[in-house]
Design a protein around this ligand. Structure first.
Ligand code: G
Ligand code: MN
Length: 361
């Protein structure tokens, strides 16, 4: 490729909606486009680097036609490092050295925004957890606590999870959010017994994406080892997504986590990808019934369905947690149907650790 062609390439990619990075085979970054500047917030190109890209076939073809590969690429941004999904185009050049055009895979404006927000939350530690207690509906005892991820924007406002998480949870970058959440969780484990939670399981929400990502399973088992947890002191609430549909694989991953002492709950059961097959095939300890069922308790058919889930849980020795209990009437009905554990605004609204501490201290 001649220099004038290169200029043309720069000009045409400058405003492209996907982030592009031009990377010399000698290891330096030559150029990035506006979308890349946008997600990385770089003022100077030296703030960003790429670890060596190893392509299976790094021989440039003689015909001078660019070759491309889908590969994760390790990016260094100021103090942090993470992998990104990319398509790398190896571009042969006639005049100077060959170079690589690295396209960060990002399929929408929302995705771009989610990347930017997540990177910024990781860099500036705007990752927090809110906690919501779970109760034995008969005795009022606290059986568990759900840790809910709360990311904040530059102004300190909470970014709704459904805006950002679905866009980002399949990214390797998300492992940094999980790692940061685990660091935060240490704070609640440290004061658990002081605030009356000694017998409660503390659950973190994870999606099937996260569980099925090889990088993650070791993050969780290392956490359990490091913290020296007793069995079921720490749990994961797994949200059903398309990934779980390979129940064989998912079962293996979950069994490994369970073997390391982690309690496994299936979250939002009955919504989305819900299937009884998951209940049959996955090594679960708990089923969390989606709040839409609780919401629809007045409806006869809904109440019957809840009763059916109760029976399933009883016969398979699974715990059942009813989500989204907002009224005394709902609590009463859930108990009558046979759902023993519940969670919802009626009993406790999610709170940050400072508030939990103050109430008990
Ligand atoms: O998907 P998952 O069940 O993890 O979602 C938990 C979300 O539900 C949290 O964001 C939490 O704030 C919210 N939530 C918890 N209790 C209630 C409730 O009683 N009613 C409603 N509408 N939402 C709730
Ligand atoms: Mn949950």
């Amino acid at each position: 490729m001649k220099n004038e062609h290169l200029d043309y390439l720069f000009r045409s990619l400058k405003h492209h909606p996907s982030p592009y990075i031009i990377y010399d085979l000698d290891g330096s970054i030559r150029w990035i486009n506006l979308a890349a500047e946008y997600i990385f917030r770089t003022e100077d190109i030296s703030e960003i680097g790429i670890k060596k890209i190893n392509l299976e076939e790094n021989e440039v073809s003689k015909d001078l036609i660019a070759q491309s590969y889908s590969t994760p690429v390790e990016v260094r941004l100021r103090e942090i490092e993470f992998f990104m999904k990319t398509r790398v185009h190896l571009i042969p050049s006639e005049s100077s050295k060959d170079f690589m055009l690295v396209e960060v895979l990002c399929n929408s404006r929302l995705g771009l925004e989610a990347l930017r927000q997540t990177i910024s939350c990781i860099e500036y530690d705007r990752i927090d957890l809110a906690y919501q207690k779970q109760y034995d509906l008969k005795t009022g005892q606290i059986t568990g606590v759900e840790a809910l991820l709360r990311l904040r924007d530059e102004e300190g406002q909470i970014i709704p999870n459904d805006v950002i998480i679905p866009e980002i949870e399949g990214e390797s970058l998300f492992s940094l959010v999980v790692k940061s959440s685990l660091e935060k969780l240490k704070e609640i484990f440290a004061i658990k017994s002081e605030i009356g939670l000694e017998n409660a399981t503390i659950y973190l929400n994870v999606s099937a994406h996260t569980i099925m990502h090889p990088e993650f399973s070791s993050i969780f088992s290392n956490f359990v080892d490091e913290m020296g947890f007793k069995k079921n002191e720490f749990g994961l609430e797994v949200t059903e997504t398309a990934e779980l549909s390979s129940t064989e694989q998912a079962g293996l991953y979950l069994q490994r986590l369970k073997d390391s002492g982690i309690k496994i709950a299936l979250d939002d059961f009955g919504a989305g990808y819900a299937s009884l097959r998951y209940v049959k095939d996955l090594p679960l300890d708990v089923i969390k019934l989606d709040k839409h069922f609780t919401n629809g308790l007045d409806d006869q058919a809904t109440a019957k369905l809840i009763g059916f889930v109760v029976e399933v849980c009883n016969s398979l020795s699974l715990e059942m947690i009813g989500e989204g209990i907002e009224t005394e009437e709902q609590k009463k009905q859930m108990l009558e149907i046979g759902c023993a554990i519940g969670q919802g605004y009626l009993m406790h609204k999610p709170e940050f650790i400072e508030t939990l501490k103050n109430q008990n201290g």
